[in-house]
Design a protein around this ligand. Structure first.
Ligand code: NDP
Length: 246
């Protein structure tokens, strides 16, 4: 039976590439979308036209109850989740001087609490079955900090603390836990940055002189999810064109 891969935020720039890659490798792919997202049906239909039979469930990853309901439904209707990719995330950038509690909480809840909310629903089952993969999508800005992103950098750095601690706890149960920290990836969001800003401010920071491709991150997710990656756990893998090395 095909393994089930749940990718949160699969309708976003990186998430879609991850869904496509995992489907190509034979996983049964399921994704989530925010309960308010009105474009979910449209996305599913356009994926279907391209030959991808994805399932999608509404879930506010920032809410424990929503995560619980969503994964209970997925388990009932499809089966237990074998690979969880915690990919959903948001930014609410502003300098710390302007940062208010609302924007701090929104980013921490959506990017970091979500990792607890989702992982909590699947981790025990993975351990019982003796196989599982948890892959957390962090960011280069969680590794190096970024101006205007105290909230985002804190949440993304926190994800990796979670990864390392949980990796220790589940290491003997066939479950691996890893973090991926992408640099600038050419998703629609990043491609919307004016070309002159891209050329003068962003690309000079990247030794490879180009943005990453969503498919390159998806390839790394696929590797971490594979049986070949069974000995790799607790790692934070940078994929940033050389922008930040540590
Ligand atoms: P997008 O904005 O394209 O996608 C984000 C996804 O997260 C959307 O599908 C969105 O779903 C979902 N999401 C947001 N809030 C919630 C919520 N409360 N509940 C459920 N789903 C939610 O971003 P990217 O694809 O670019 O980014 C994906 C991940 O990669 C993020 O965690 C981001 O921080 C990280 N990253 C991205 C980089 C880049 O260059 N693009 C670089 C480094 C890290 P919906 O639309 O339904 O709300």
């Amino acid at each position: 039976m095909a393994r089930i891969a749940l990718i949160t935020g699969g309708m976003g720039g990186l998430g879609e590439a991850i869904c496509i890659k995992m489907a190509a490798l034979g996983y049964q792919v399921v994704t989530t979308y925010s309960p308010g997202n009105t474009k979910a049906e449209q996305w599913l239909a356009s994926m279907k036209e391209q030959g991808y039979d994805f399932r999608a469930y509404p879930c506010d990853v920032a809410s424990f109850e929503s995560a619980q309901e969503c994964i209970a439904q997925i388990t009932r209707e499809m089966g237990p989740v074998d690979v969880l990719v915690n990919n959903a995330g948001i930014t609410r950038d502003m300098t710390f001087k302007k940062m208010d509690k609302v924007n701090w909480d929104a980013v921490i809840k959506t990017n970091l609490d979500s990792v607890f909310n989702m992982t909590k629903q699947v981790c025990d089952g993975m351990m019982e079955r003796g196989w599982g993969r948890i892959i957390n999508i962090s960011s280069v800005n969680g590794q190096k900090g970024a101006f205007g992103q105290t909230n985002y950098s804190a949440a993304k750095a926190g994800m990796h603390g979670f990864t390392k601690a949980l990796a220790l706890e589940v290491a003997r149960k066939g479950v691996t836990v890893n973090t991926i920290s992408p640099g600038y990836i050419g998703t629609k969001m990043v491609m919307a940055i004016p070309n002159e800003v891209l050329e003068s401010k962003i690309l000079p920071q990247i030794p490879m002189g180009r943005l990453g491709k969503p498919e390159e991150v998806a390839g790394l997710v696929a590797y971490l999810a594979s049986d070949e990656a069974a000995f790799l756990t607790g790692a934070n893998i940078a994929i940033n064109g050389g922008q930040h090395m540590h």
